[in-house]
Design a protein around this ligand. Sequence first.
Ligand code: WQD
Length: 351
Amino acid sequence: MNKILVTGGCGYIGSHTIVDLIENGYEVISVDNNSRSNPNVLKGIEQITGQKVKNYKVDLCNFDDTFAIFQENTDISGVIHFAAYKSVAESVVNPLMYFENNLVSLINLLKCVQEFQIPHFVFSSSCTVYGNPDEIPVTETTAPKPAESPYGYSKQMSEQIVNEFTKSSGIACVLLRYFNPAGAHPSAIIGEMPVGKPQNLVPAITQTAIGRIPKMLVHGNDYPTRDGSCIRDYIHICDLANAHTLSIQYLEQGKNSKPCEVFNLGSGNGVSVLEAIQAFEKISGIKLNYETGPRRSGDVVAVYANNDKAKAVLGWKPLFSLEEMMATAWKWEQRLKADETVFSGQSGELN
Ligand code: WQD
């Protein structure tokens, strides 16, 4: 059974990916300092899969602690690196924190991958590397524009670091450019748990609907789009998770035509903020309490994916619709509220 090290394994995408990896026959260990996640998520993973997953509560910015994990696990056959800060808005306010955390952790990890000759590396990148693209949908060869936020710049720089690393190390890598992850595992046992006030649209919608926040703000309705609100490509978290398993299998089978392959992971559908709200209202029967406010600094006007390459090369098949993303997100939010005993009432913190 091949062992995969997942960094950020207690996070939203990391936890769902661990479930998919286990369901596809992998052994998994996690590294997560829980600065923005909760280790109890691993109980949810065990409830779904029956497997206990060990988490090393280590900050990847500490090289010695990171190195020790690899010394203790000499049978790691692949690494999937999620652990990073990812709020566009927060990065605008605190750029140095984003560059330090996201780049130092990556470099430390790659040094260990090289030292222990781990053959396969999958990196969590982002559609924010495209900046405000001239043409949409974007393909993997769409020339990146200047990023719109320090978060986006950290991902652009990270991709360059991984690219140069593959040339010098000969270690095969895959860069996965996520669009907008949304929804939750259909069991509602794991899902997105923003720490504090949610930055992302879908948890902001569900927390407003459940009453955890009084009113949602639509950040701008004067953009040059069909209804004035920003357009994004929402992709179900389980579809996104499966793409990581397929990427590891792709590398294990030696199918990569070059040392560093890039894939867009989006549904291929552009959806505006107002359309996303309408989709939620349709599946929930709830009229969402929101008002329109000023534009949010760092926001891209419109971006969505051409996902043909991931479908053709990885054999990836995104299954969930926008309505199913909203329905699973809503079911998860309702569970968070119902199980106050499990969750301390503060979103993202479990007892
Ligand atoms: C989407 C739209 C907001 C909250 C995300 C991830 C990032 C990367 C790209 C993976 C924007 C609007 C939001 C709210 C709103 N993914 N919005 N009111 O900024 O596209 O970035 O996808 O790496 O990591 O964070 O996502 O959900 O924050 O915003 O109007 O309360 O929803 O202005 O137009 P974003 P988001």
